[in-house]
Design a protein around this ligand. Structure first.
Ligand code: AMP
Length: 288
């Protein structure tokens, strides 16, 4: 597996095999089994499509998507462990650029117009203003630098997945956006780089999030499902969780649900102790 820490080195590699198309897995590092599953999926996808460049993982903690400076400052940086995970999962190369490669001072980086799915009321944009501008900015830049044939994004960040899909369509990029399922801890908690910051009491409370999604999945209507989400969160073991949002929305637009005419998604964001957690599941459920 190759490691490239500059665009020049990465481009020297791609220039050496100009027809070797790749599948991209963009990450911010601090990799866990969920990320490894995305990499394995990319390796399989590349093999199935005979894309001889294989899987390229990018590792870049993107400052423009953090609206909270302390969240950025404490974001875990674990490059050596990340490289071991990438190699074990079969990545062909890791591209870990520095900030000047992504945001060169002398080149204005265009922020693509935000698709409407990014700004649906009372979801991520309401609590992390500017977050999706930063996500679109960095993903568009990474796509431009790496030119993959396909890219894998986790369903864990459901709204992000829809935003990237919409952006890719709007920019008419020849890149297939492939969703990958959420990997969970044995008790249901969605794996996340931020879980390591949960103190033991918060870790216990956090399990209510996936439980809420699971129980809501069995309710007959979106309204009943939303009520169940709030009820299970309020009864979290060790103290109630007050969500930033706990809603059922249209799965694609993230607007009001069109049930029963199109698929729906239940989504939760909540601050648990010092950690902000997000999770989601199809509604009605599902094999959570
Ligand atoms: P991150 O670096 O954590 O922002 O995420 C990089 C990619 O991994 C994104 O496409 C995420 O949706 C995905 N991801 C994060 N957590 C998980 C998980 N538990 N299972 C599967 N994919 C995940």
């Amino acid at each position: 597996m190759y490691l490239f820490t500059s665009t020049a080195a990465f481009h020297a590699w791609t220039a050496s095999a100009p027809n070797a198309a790749t599948v991209l897995v963009p990450t911010m590092g601090a990799l866990h089994d969920g990320h490894a599953s995305l990499i394995r999926r990319a390796v399989t996808e590349a093999r199935t499509r005979s894309l001889t460049g294989g899987c390229v993982v990018t590792i870049f903690v993107n400052p423009t998507q953090f609206n909270n400076p302390s969240d950025l400052a404490r974001y875990p940086r674990t490059l050596d462990a990340d490289l071991a995970i990438c190699e074990a999962a079969g990545a062909a190369a890791v591209f870990a650029p520095n900030e000047a490669d992504i945001y060169p001072r002398d080149t204005p980086i265009v922020v693509p117009p935000l698709p409407s799915v990014a700004t649906q009321p009372a979801l991520e944009d309401a609590f992390r203003p500017g977050h999706f501008s930063g996500v679109c900015q960095v993903v568009a830049r990474l796509f431009d630098l790496t030119r993959p044939r396909a890219a894998i994004f986790g369903e864990k960040d459901w709204q992000q997945l829809q935003v990237i899909r919409a952006m890719t369509t709007a920019l008419a990029l020849p890149i297939d956006i492939i969703p990958a399922p959420t990997l969970r801890e044995p008790d249901g908690l969605a794996m996340s780089s931020r879980n390591r910051f949960l103190d033991p009491a918060s870790r216990t409370r956090a399990v209510a999030i996936s439980r809420a999604l699971r129980e809501a999945g069995r309710e007959p209507t979106p309204a009943a499902a939303e009520a169940r989400l709030r009820q299970v969160l309020a009864a979290a073991p060790g103290g109630p969780i007050e969500p930033e949002y706990a809603v059922v929305r249209d799965a694609d637009s993230l607007g009001p649900t069109q049930h029963p005419h199109s698929p729906c998604r239940a989504l939760i964001a909540a601050q648990v102790g010092t950690v902000r957690l997000i999770d989601n599941a199809p509604w009605p459920a599902s094999a959570l």
